[in-house]
Design a protein around this ligand. Structure first.
Ligand code: 5AD
Ligand code: SF4
Length: 433
C-alpha cells in the first residue's frame, strides 16, 4: 500500500482541506503516515496570508527534496493558497515539486497522481465558482471538535488580504448537506462542531442565511457545542445574536469578531466597510443580547499609513471593548493586493513596538476578563491531560477558555461542572469538586 504524508500550514480551512484530501487519498487506497521518510507521496498544504507563512513552506520543501534524492519515485505536491498564489513560479524555483494544486482542484488529485510519474510537472490552479466539495467526506482524526466547511472563498477584498485571490469567489453549501455532515460527525463520536468559512456569516444558500444554518445545526441531536469562525462585522446582526441567546448552551457563548483596527482612516484604507463606531455599537448590541459572552478579535498593526494616533485609537478601542482574546499581527505586504500598491511605510522596528504594546495591553484585558469567572461555576468539556503533568487535566469553557483542574478518571469529551478558583496568564484554574 502506498503511503502519504500531509503537513498543514495556515488557517482552519486548510486543516479541513487536508482532511478532505486525506479522504480522497484513502479512497484511492493510500494509507496515511506520520513519518515523511517512509512516504511515497509528500504533500504540503500551504498558506499565503503572511510572508512568514510562505517562508516556512519554502524551507520545509527544501527538506522534503532530500527524501526524493534518496528515493526518486517519491512524489512531492504543493497544495493550498501558495500553490494558487505562486503557480508556475513555485515550480521554477523548486523543480523537484511534481505538482501543485490550488484550493479548488482537490477532486482532480486521483488523476494527477496517475499522470504525475509520467509528467515533469502538473499545475492545477483553476478556481471554480461552484466547488464546495459536497459529497466528499473528510477523513477526520478522532477528537472532540469536528470542523465543517459551510462556504468557501471571499468577496470582501480587504485591501491587505490575499484570500480573495487564492480562494476565489464566495460560494455556500446547501443547508441540507451541512446538516447531514453534522449528523455524520456526531455519529462518529464528535461532540463539538465548528462551522468554517473565510466569511461564515455571509453564508447564503437559496433562502437560507447564516442564522438559519446555525439554528439548523444546533438542532441536530447530540451536538453539545457549536462554534463558528470567522464572521465579518458587516454581516453580523441581531438575527445572529438572537440565535446565540436562544440556542445557548449549544451555541457557545463566544463570538470571534475581527476588528483589524480602531482607526477610521485605517479601516477605510483596509476596505473593511465599517467604522469604529459601528463596531463599538455591535459590541454593545452583542453584550446586551447575550449575557456573559466572550468576544475575541484579530488586529493588524503597521498597516500602510497607520499614524501613531491611529494606533493609539486602536488601543483605545481595545480599552473600550476589553476583548477576552486576540490574534495580533504585524502587517505583511502581499504582492497582488490593493494595499501592496501603498508604501509599506511603518518601519519594522515601529511595527514591533506597536505589536508588543498591543500584546501587553491584551494580556491585561485577558487576565481581567478571566478573573470575572472566579467563583462562578463553568461547564468544561474535558480534552485530556494538561501538557505539563498527568496530575492535571485540561478542558475548555463555552467561552473557549482553557481550564486546568486536578486529574480524576474523567474521559475526553466528558462535560463536567466546576467552580473557577483562579486565573493566571491566559488560563483558568478549577479545584476539585
Ligand atoms: N498582514 C497581516 N495580517 C493579515 N491578516 C490577513 N492578511 C494579513 C496581512 N497581509 C490577518 C487578519 C485576518 C487574519 C486571519 O490574518 O487579521 O483576520
Ligand atoms: Fe481576507 Fe477580509 Fe476576506 Fe477575511 S474578510 S478572508 S480578511 S478579504
Amino acid at each position: 500500500m502506498k503511503k502519504y504524508y500531509i503537513e498543514t500550514y495556515g488557517c482552519q480551512m486548510n486543516v479541513y482541506d487536508s482532511e478532505l484530501v486525506a479522504g480522497i487519498l484513502n479512497g484511492e487506497g493510500y494509507e496515511a503516515t506520520a513519518y515523511p521518510e517512509e512516504a511515497d507521496l509528500l504533500l504540503i498544504n500551504t498558506c499565503s496570508v503572511r510572508e512568514h507563512a510562505e517562508d516556512k513552506v519554502h524551507s520545509r520543501l527544501g527538506e522534503f527534496s532530500h527524501f526524493k534524492q534518496e528515493n526518486p519515485d517519491v512524489l512531492i505536491g504543493v497544495i493550498g493558497c501558495m500553490a494558487q498564489n505562486l503557480k508556475k513560479k513555485l515550480i521554477q524555483k523548486k523543480p523537484y515539486v511534481n505538482f501543485i494544486i490550488g484550493p479548488d482542484g482537490y477532486r482532480h488529485l486521483p488523476l494527477i497522481l496517475e499522470e504525475a510519474p509520467r509528467k515533469k510537472h502538473i499545475v492545477d490552479t483553476k478556481l471554480s465558482r461552484f466547488e464546495v466539495y459536497d459529497e466528499l467526506f473528510p477523513a477526520r482524526n478522532e477528537g472532540i471538535n469536528a470542523w465543517i466547511s459551510i462556504m468557501r472563498g471571499c468577496d470582501k477584498f480587504c485591501s491587505y488580504c490575499i484570500v480573495p485571490y487564492t480562494r476565489g469567489r464566495e460560494r455556500s453549501r446547501s443547508l441540507e448537506s451541512v446538516v447531514n455532515e453534522a449528523r455524520q460527525v456526531i455519529a462518529q463520536g464528535f461532540r463539538e462542531i465548528t462551522l468554517l468559512g473565510q466569511n461564515v456569516n455571509s453564508y447564503r444558500h437559496e433562502k437560507h442565511r447564516f442564522p438559519d444554518l446555525l439554528k439548523a445545526v444546533a438542532e441536530v441531536d447530540g451536538v453539545t457545542r457549536l462554534r463558528y469562525t470567522s464572521p465579518h462585522p458587516q454581516d453580523a446582526d441581531q438575527a445572529l445574536f438572537d440565535v446565540h441567546r436562544d440556542y445557548y448552551p449549544v451555541v457557545c457563548n463566544h463570538i470571534h469578531l475581527p476588528v483589524q483596527s480602531g482607526a477610521d482612516a485605517v479601516l477605510q484604507a483596509m476596505n473593511r466597510s465599517y467604522s469604529r463606531d459601528h463596531y463599538l455599537r455591535l459590541v454593545e448590541q452583542i453584550r446586551e443580547s447575550i449575557p456573559d459572552v466572550a468576544i475575541s478579535t484579530d488586529m493588524i498593526v503597521g498597516f500602510p499609513g497607520e499614524k501613531v494616533q491611529d494606533f493609539e485609537d486602536t488601543l483605545n478601542l481595545m480599552e473600550k471593548v476589553r476583548f477576552d482574546a486576540a490574534f495580533m499581527f504585524k502587517y505583511s505586504e502581499r504582492p497582488g493586493t490593493k494595499a501592496a500598491l501603498l508604501a509599506d511605510d511603518v518601519s519594522e522596528e515601529e511595527k514591533d513596538r506597536r505589536l508588543q504594546a498591543m500584546i501587553a495591553l491584551q494580556r491585561e484585558h485577558t487576565l481581567a476578563q478571566n478573573q470575572r469567572h472566579i467563583g462562578k461555576e463553568e461547564s468544561i468539556l474535558v480534552e485530556g491531560f494538561s501538557r505539563k503533568t498527568k496530575a492535571e487535566m485540561m478542558g475548555r469553557t463555552t467561552h473557549n477558555k482553557i481550564v486546568i483542574f486536578p486529574a480524576k478518571d474523567y474521559q475526553p469529551k466528558q462535560l463536567i461542572h466546576r467552580s473557577i478558583s483562579d486565573a493566571r496568564g491566559v488560563t483558568l484554574f478549577a479545584m476539585e469538586d
